[in-house]
Design a protein around this ligand. Structure first.
Ligand SMILES: [Fe+2]
Ligand SMILES: [Fe+2]
Length: 209
């Protein structure tokens, strides 16, 4: 269960195929950012030792994904370069409560929603890739379909892990967490709906054809 208020239209995946190489570079940066965010939380919250090992493990997985995606970019003759990120994550975390311990809970729930949206986008992209492969589209190969097949399951697991970690914090009873997750998921749906049309994993329909 991804707790998303609005799932991605399959049309997004079909449009993403038109700028697949840029989507892949953005995807690599997202994996790197996911690892950095997880480690950043370990540094920020030494008073919550229950977060340390799960977040260290998660960061390691994200770095493995980062390396994996770079491998696919290079296999396709591309290279990792600087890319302006989607404003999605910054706009999402703008809703985080500024006061602790609510800030810690909100931050973990926003991470959970980013993981959920990544999973949702990868699912749509994987279906578009599989469909293109079945139609012998030269932009797509079986390795890329397998890449997203494997990754989307991990991102769904990361979503559940972040929700569980939020529940481990002081002052976080189950009812409060559910209510806060619901409110942040509503905000997330607005942020993703309002994201600009650029070739990013967390943006609107890519404009390139
Ligand atoms: Fe990942
Ligand atoms: Fe993840």
């Amino acid at each position: 269960m991804l707790h998303l208020h609005a799932r991605t239209d399959p049309a997004w995946g079909r449009r993403a195929l038109a700028c697949l190489d840029e989507i892949l570079v953005d995807h690599a940066h997202c994996e790197k950012k996911a690892a950095s965010t997880a480690i950043g939380l370990v540094f920020r919250y030494p008073e919550y030792p229950q977060l340390a090992v799960p977040l260290a493990r998660l960061a390691r997985e994200e770095l493995e994904h980062f390396e994996l995606v770079i491998g696919h970019i290079r296999r396709r003759g591309g290279e990792l370069g600087r890319l302006r990120p989607s404003p999605y994550a910054a706009e999402l975390v703008a809703a985080v409560d500024r006061h602790e311990p609510a800030r810690a809970i909100d931050t973990l729930l926003c991470c959970a929603l980013i993981e959920a949206r990544s999973c949702d986008r990868m699912q749509v992209l994987q279906r578009a890739l599989a469909d293109a492969l079945a139609h012998a589209d030269p932009r797509v190969d079986a390795e890329l379909v397998e890449l997203y097949d494997g990754l989307l399951a991990c991102e769904a697991r990361h979503h559940a892990s972040y929700v569980e970690l939020a529940r481990l914090l002081p002052g976080a009873d189950r009812v409060q967490i559910e209510a806060r997750l619901e409110a942040l998921a509503q905000h997330e749906a607005q942020v993703i709906a309002g994201a600009p049309p650029i070739a990013r994993l967390h943006a609107a329909l890519p404009a390139c054809e």
